[in-house]
Design a protein. Structure first.
Length: 260
């Protein structure tokens, strides 16, 4: 990515929330990235994705020029207006240490900081009698490309755009988002999760561990995606709490901060 584009993006937000990355929904109800990739491309994802140019290296000039913290990417607003490129890949991906659903090792990863926070969130839920499962975390550009192609083939591109994201438009590519589920919904991704005890606990307490429900109910016209009570996005405890207490979507919160 050119420095000119970085500079333009860096100027967009007033709270060091750089609009570098694009919003991506999870891939729809009952989404199974591993199965969808196999159906779309004919091959099953095997092993971890090959490492590209480390994200930190591609950002070095901008980080120095703008004098912002190296972890500014954690606050990045992601939506359709600000897409990722294929080479944007976190360098600090680690395997999550919580119960998972899918075998594909790629989707069982997050960046180091949100992975540690996810451990604490799951432990907190367990103390309250709720067992959560991680279903889909990091997804590469190529994985999202195959996933969206599968949905578009099944339902048409217009319908797929409501619940999935094109390659480069996926929040999962940041390594900061995780889809969470429970046995009460048969480990699937469904709106019913929001009405279960596990989903209610998650909505009420995720911010205490640094996460927000990224696509709230009734906000499709703002976020661009259907209600996803399962999709949590890491922002860090301080910012996640501010967003939670504001009652706003992340798009609205960033806009208000820019105007203040």
């Amino acid at each position: 990515m050119t420095r000119k584009r970085w500079t333009k993006l860096a100027a967009v937000t007033a709270l060091a929330v750089i609009t570098l990355w694009v919003t991506t929904a999870c891939g729809g109800r009952d989404a199974d990235p591993q199965a969808q990739v196999q159906g779309a491309s004919g091959t099953k994802a095997e092993g971890l994705p090959p490492k590209k140019t480390p994200l930190k290296e591609t950002m070095a000039d901008v980080i120095e020029a703008d004098k912002i913290a190296a972890d500014w990417t954690i606050k990045a607003l992601v939506n359709r207006e600000h897409p990722l490129v294929e080479s944007d890949e976190p360098e600090d991906l680690v395997k999550v240490e919580v119960p998972t659903v899918l075998e594909n090792p790629e989707v069982n990863q997050l960046r180091e900081e949100p992975a540690a926070a996810l451990n604490q969130l799951f432990a907190g839920a367990k103390k309250e009698g709720h067992k959560l499962y991680a279903r889909s975390g990091y997804r590469s550009f190529k994985t999202q490309e195959a996933l969206f192609a599968g949905y578009a083939k099944q339902a048409g591109e217009e319908a797929a755009n409501r619940y999935s994201a094109k390659a480069g438009q996926s929040e999962h590519q940041t390594g900061l988002a995780m889809d969470v589920t429970s046995e009460s919904v048969s480990l699937k991704l469904t709106e019913d999760f929001g009405e279960k005890e596990e989903g209610k606990w998650l909505a009420a307490h995720a911010h205490e561990y640094g996460f927000i429900i990224r696509y709230p109910k009734g906000k499709e016209d703002i976020t661009g995606y259907i209600y996803e009570p399962w999709h949590i996005r890491y922002l860090g405890i301080e910012l996640a709490t501010k967003v939670f207490e504001s009652g706003l979507t992340y798009e609205q919160y960033v806009d208000e901060e820019q105007l203040s």
